[in-house]
Design a protein around this ligand. Structure first.
Ligand code: MG
Length: 176
């Protein structure tokens, strides 16, 4: 069975600019390209699961998000395709939720589609909803401190068994 990482985008892969719509604003978080390279070399499939409520709120379009993702790919400068799948959840928080985290729906669909072993899958993100999506899908969850919360805040917030890392590279360094 395959193993995989489900990665949040804003605050985990790129700086969280809050309602980012302009590709010129995309900035990689340091060491993310190295982390993704190592994860791939260990055999992990890579998925992105990103909440983009700015679409549901009418602040920007799905195409804007695609353009930002293309810019992120360009900056990562890794062999393509880097990601095995990308889920952009467009719902605002007051709209009915299908894929919006903490929904586990995308993760569960990918587990079935790719024959993933849930015990070897991780959801990694900078917010409580990332962790909750992973736990709701009954996979592992890891928190990073490159976005919403610093280590002290996570220490108070993180659910039992959820490990907290300075960033994605430090998390990936623990994978085998
Ligand atoms: Mg985030």
């Amino acid at each position: 069975m395959s193993k995989a990482l489900f990665l949040d985008r804003d605050g985990t892969l790129i700086l969280d600019k809050h309602y980012l719509a302009d590709p010129a604003g995309v900035e990689l978080i340091p060491d993310v390209a190295t982390a993704l390279t190592r994860a791939r070399s260990l055999g992990y499939k890579l998925f992105i699961l990103t909440n983009q409520s700015g679409i549901g709120r009418g602040m920007y379009s799905l195409d804007d998000v695609h353009r930002c993702n293309e810019r992120m790919d360009e900056l990562l400068a890794l062999p393509q395709p880097i990601f095995d799948g990308i889920c952009i959840a467009p719902e605002s928080s007051d709209q009915p939720s299908l894929y919006r985290k903490p929904s586990p729906r995308y993760i569960l669909e990918m587990i079935t589609l790719h024959g993933l072993d849930p015990t070897q899958c991780w959801m990694v993100g900078d917010r409580d909803t990332d962790i909750a999506a992973g736990l709701n899908a009954k996979i592992n969850a890891a928190a990073v401190c490159t976005g919403k919360h610093d280590a002290a805040t996570w220490a108070a917030l993180a659910a039992p068994g959820v490990r907290v890392f300075p960033g994605l590279l430090e998390f990936v360094a623990t994978l085998r």
